[in-house]
Every structure is written in structure tokens, then in C-alpha cells.
Design a binder for this molecule. Sequence first.
Ligand code: ADP
Ligand code: MG
Ligand code: ZN
Length: 608
Amino acid sequence: TSGNSSKVPVPKKSPGHSAFWSNHPWSQEVRKVLKERFQLRGFRPNQLEAIDATLAGKDTFILMPTGGGKSLCYQLPSIVTGGRTTGVTIVISPLLSLMEDQVSHLRKLRVKAFMINGETEAQEKSWIMGQISNAGGEGLEVLYITPEMLSKSQALIRALENLHRRNRLARLVIDEAHCVSQWGHDFRPDYKELGEVRARFPGVPVMALTATATENVKVDVMHNLKITDCEVFVQSFNRPNLTYEVRPKGKNDEVLASMAETIMKSYRNQCGIIYCLSRKTCTKVAEDLVEKYRLKARAYHAGMKAQEKSKAQSDWQMGRVQIIVATIAFGMGIDKPDVRFVMHHSIPKSLEGYYQETGRAGRDGKRSGCYLYYGYRDSATLKRMIDSGDGSYEQKSRQKQMLRNVVQFCENHSDCRRVQVLAYFAEYFRQEDCNKTCDNCKSGLVFEIHDFTEQASWAVKIVRQFQHSEEKVTVLYCCDILRGDCKRPKSPDHRKMPGYGKGANLDRATAERLFYRLLGEDALAEDNVINKSDFAVQYVILGRRASEYESGKRQMKLQVRASTNSSNAKTKSKPSVAAPKKTSGTRGGDPQSTMVSSPVQSAKERRL
Ligand code: ADP
Ligand code: MG
Ligand code: ZN
């Protein structure tokens, strides 16, 4: 891996405060500022290390999960006067709302914080510009600007150069630095130009911060910002106090019963969040939990009145309500430390979302549980939501890829959940370190990957035949045909179709998974039809990539329990391997055997 790895500190195992204070000329001041200005008792992992590095004048790259406390790494040094560089800290941040929040937060702490963006009033702007160019920036400590400003406003650049000449440009901070990289999920052209800008300010320490960086994003960011020699601070994204479990999603009543049972058995009077896909489901689930199970639950979604929402939130935060049933809109900026469980009534839209949402549990470090109810139907619903949403073709296909990653995660019953999720963030995790705190590690079942390319080809052929004869059938009907187990054929001819029984060796669940995978891969698609009794029915049709599977050009591999289905043994290709062994526990490993998520794949390809 990169030459920086020797500088990567070993990630600390759990969130908590650093036990040791460093001993630099500025250390005493840092301590004082932390307590008296920021009103905090200690540092979280890597905060002090990063602060010391930037105060020593070094370039830094900081990778920390969302909510990990990245802002403090540059906000605190900006008011420390004893570092190698002093003056104004320039923060480049892409989000106006975050900028506003931070400026008002800093003002409350008596920090001289300002911002310039497209919406700044002319008067304020000219005062700030005057401060930078003439007064040596005495009236400023932190200045937030948008990347556009820095790449487009010559006046601003000249003013900063002026500041730099007087040794009053303390540091350049690039927040959300993954925007610099085309490999990131949120590339912004204005960010890419920051490297050119940075070259104008030699000697000024740069600090790049992000919560999402695969290995190639990291390399890209360091390259584009021309800070290849920087100190890298990487913190493990693993949350050791959370347990993970994916549960099969049955009918609505069954899901509800399962959730209620878990809550009553394991979380009596403890707080939790249930995430649902739609507002309607939120309301229904909350009502049912109250009426059928006498649990203190409350709905929370964007369709409610502002007043109702803040009431629901405060009731939950104060513990008057045990369970909040919410859409994903809930949780941003919520800092409740004792959330003991997070349940997903339906699948999240991405693994990143899953990580963020489950991450709201157990902020206090105590053991907390995460439960995800997975049924294929929900992914079909989400896919339809993506298709009908507005967004470019590229955005939609990216959203669909993220959804496929979630489905793969749910259907993977052998690899450790932590290994899978952390691989998504390009972090290598040793399965042994899970200590059976996820369902897959706990079950100890052995799985094998089997090749179903031939059966997949027949499945597509069956659908093609129905489409050709203009007969509307469902996925489940096609399953019966493939397995040669059609008890009530719609036409006697169906039992004589060429594909009938070609998948007789598949058990029902495997056959269904095969079809669902074909749907997920766009080899098949579903057509929504409202039938006579006003019900939406999904009929299966051919998808964009049907012929690739039909011809066998594309392989179909599925995980199968090793003990069952021995009739497939002859098509067996290779056993599902456990995570590759490696001694170091840091990020940037090679998560080969885990989920084939595209970011990780492209990371590997890029490095070759
Ligand atoms: P990030 O930018 O990494 O997502 P923030 O900088 O916004 O995270 O910080 C998230 C929360 O953590 C904030 O509420 C912040 O006040 C709090 N926080 C940061 N550092 C500390 C600390 N050392 N001790 C206690 N709380 C902290
Ligand atoms: Mg932040
Ligand atoms: Zn595990």
C-alpha cells in the first residue's frame, strides 16, 4: 500500500478520550482552549494528534466517521496562538447550511468566525475582504468559503496572497475532501482546482477531512491537493459495541410481532429507533405497536407538522416515548447517547446509509443491537422509487448499484457483517475480531458458492417465452415452471415448455433468490399492473441485460448452505472463503472475498 502507512497510527478500539496529553510548546494552551473555550473535557481518538500535527505546520489527511468530531481538529487550532503558523484559518466547505451552523456555533464560543459565499451581503463581504487584505486579518480567526469562491474570485485569491505574504495565513482546511476525487461519490469540479490554488500558498499547512474515502479516493485527494507527504490519521469505522443481525421479512404482522418480541424481551424501557421506508408505514407501525403491544411508540416523518415533529422528538429524547418510528429524515444531528436498538423495518438505500442509521445506536459505548428486516419486495419497491424519481441516468444507476450492494449484504449469510460493511469503506477487518457479535459469525454455518449460470439461462428463456406469447405471469409462477413444480398451471401447455423442470434440483428458496438476483441485475424486470380488484400486481418481463444471462456469457453464482442441496455438488465452483488473513488491523486492506461492491472493486483496479 501507500508509503504513508508507517505514519498511520493504530486505530483506537473504542471511542473515548485520549489518556495522554502531548508535550509541545502549544500543549498547555491547547488544553486550556479545549476546556475553557470549547467546554469539552477531553479529546476523541486522533483529534489531539491531528491538532498537534497542524500546529507543527504539517499537512494532514483526516479520515473519521461522521459524527467523529472532525471540526474540532481545525476549529481548535484556529484560536491557538502558539503554533508554527498563526493568523486566519481558511475553511473550504461545500455546504452552505453546515457553514452557517458552524459559524453560529463558533460565534457562541467567542471565536471570530465568518463566511463568504454567494449569499453573503456586499457590505459584510467588503469588510471581510478588507480584513484579509489590509488589516492582516486581525479581526478574523476562521473564515469559511465555498470552493467556487476560491476557484473563481480573483479578488479573494489576491487578498489571500496578501495575507500569506504577511505570514497571516494559518492553514487551509478542505472539509468533505472526498469531493476532490472523481472516485468519490460526490465529485465537484471546483474542488479539483483547489490543488492549483494550494500551490500559490507554499508553506501553509493543509488539512483535508472526510468521512468517506476508499483507498483510491484517499490517494486521489492527496495527489490533487498536492499533499502527498502529509500525515494520515485514520480511525477505524468499526463500532465494537453494536451487534448486527439481518432477519427474514415475513408478512407485515410477522415483522411487527418479531420487533415487538425483541423489544419486550431485550429492551424493556430502553430507547430505540425503527426506520421505515414510507410515511404511511411509519404511522401504521407506530399505531400497531401502541395498540397491539402496548408499547410507547411514536411516528416521525417529514409529512408531519413541525410542531408534532419536535414534540415527538423531544418526548423521545426525554424518554417519555420509548420507540420512535421514522423515515430516514430522522436522526440528522441527533445526539442521544443511549439509543439501545435500531431496527430497519425495510432495507436501507445504501450500505453507507445503513452504517449511518445503525450508527445512531450506542453512542455511549454500551452494547446496542441493530436489526434489519430483509425481504426482496422492498428492494423492488426502492428500485421503482429510484426509477420514478428525478435524477440523471447516472445518478439512478449509481443509486441502483448502491441498492444492489445492500441486497448482496442481506443475502450474504456467511461473511461477518462487520467485514462486509467496513469493506464498503475500504477498511479491512479481521473476522475473528467480531467475537460473534453479528448473526453470521454467531451462526457458524458453512456456505458454498455454487454456479447457477445454466439455470439462470433457462429462467430468462422461460420469461422470454411468456413475453413472446403475451401471457402475463409473476416471478413466483416462473419459479414453479423452472423447478418443474407447477401444481396449478394456467395452461396445460406450460408443463410442456422447454424450460419446465430444468431447475428441478433447486429448492424453492434458492430458485426465488435466483430470480430475484436476475431482477436485481436487470436481466429481468417487473411491470406494474393494477388488476380488477385495484391491486398492483407485478408481472415479470425481460430486462436490459436478459441476453447476457440467456447466453451464459454472464455467470450466476449464489451462496448455498454447504449441508443442503448436495445435488448441486457437481456444479460447485469454490467454497465461500473467509476473509483473507492479514496481521495489521488498519484500513486499506484488500477486502477481496467480501461483497463485490463497486467502490472497492474500482479501488483495486485503480491501484493495479
Ligand atoms: P464530523 O464533522 O466528524 O461529522 P463534528 O465535528 O460535527 O463531526 O462533531 C460531531 C459532534 O461531536 C458535535 O456535536 C461535537 O460537538 C461533538 N464533539 C466533537 N469532539 C468532541 C469531544 N472531544 N468531546 C465531546 N464531544 C465532541
Ligand atoms: Mg463535518
Ligand atoms: Zn461478525
